[in-house]
Design a protein around this ligand. Structure first.
Ligand SMILES: [Ca+2]
Ligand SMILES: [Ca+2]
Length: 165
């Protein structure tokens, strides 16, 4: 988790958080030191103190036959859980993360993400400006073509210029 995900992906806006269900700070420190962990470790409230239970643990309980730990979750840019596993499977986790990162990429002007900048993108852009369309993050990013932080008529002018040039 530390090297494969946290150190590898923190440049790409992937945040790694550990949730540990003990209130014993010495135990947390020992765990952090033993595993050379640099990502944040949060305490799960509601844990009775030993290494068991906790509010978050209970909320996201997954029945299984083996060890109750760890629980690995990957949450996407919209806050939706895309991965949940009670076995460590880095290969699978990395696959999911790569998919999520690439789906978040956009090209300025290609608002419908079809690989072309054309009249369809202008239609979407106008609908966004008129408030008819509530844009996704990707659409929003692709729409601010002159990169001034607002989506307005100037971006329409710019996209028309892109198409004509
Ligand atoms: Ca397009
Ligand atoms: Ca703009």
């Amino acid at each position: 988790m530390e090297t494969s995900i946290w150190q590898e992906y923190n440049q790409d806006e992937v945040i790694t958080i550990g949730i540990i269900n003990t209130s014993n700070q010495n135990q947390i420190n020992a765990f952090v030191q033993e595993n050379s962990i640099t990502f944040p470790i949060l305490f799960d409230p509601g844990s009775p103190g030993g290494v068991q239970g906790g509010d978050t643990y209970d909320d996201y309980y997954m029945p299984n036959d083996g060890s109750p730990y760890p629980r690995d979750f990957i949450i996407d840019q919209e806050g939706v859980i895309q991965y949940a596993n009670n076995e460590i499977d880095f290969q699978w986790m990395l696959y999911v993360i790569d998919e999520l990162i690439s789906s978040n990429s956009y090209t300025l002007g290609d608002i419908n993400s079809d690989g072309f900048i054309d009249i369809l993108d202008i239609v979407l852009l106008v609908n966004i400006i008129l408030g008819i369309l509530d844009p996704t993050d990707i659409q929003e990013n692709a729409s601010d073509i002159n990169n001034d932080g607002v989506i307005n008529i100037l971006d329409v002018v710019q996209i028309v210029n892109m198409i004509l040039s």
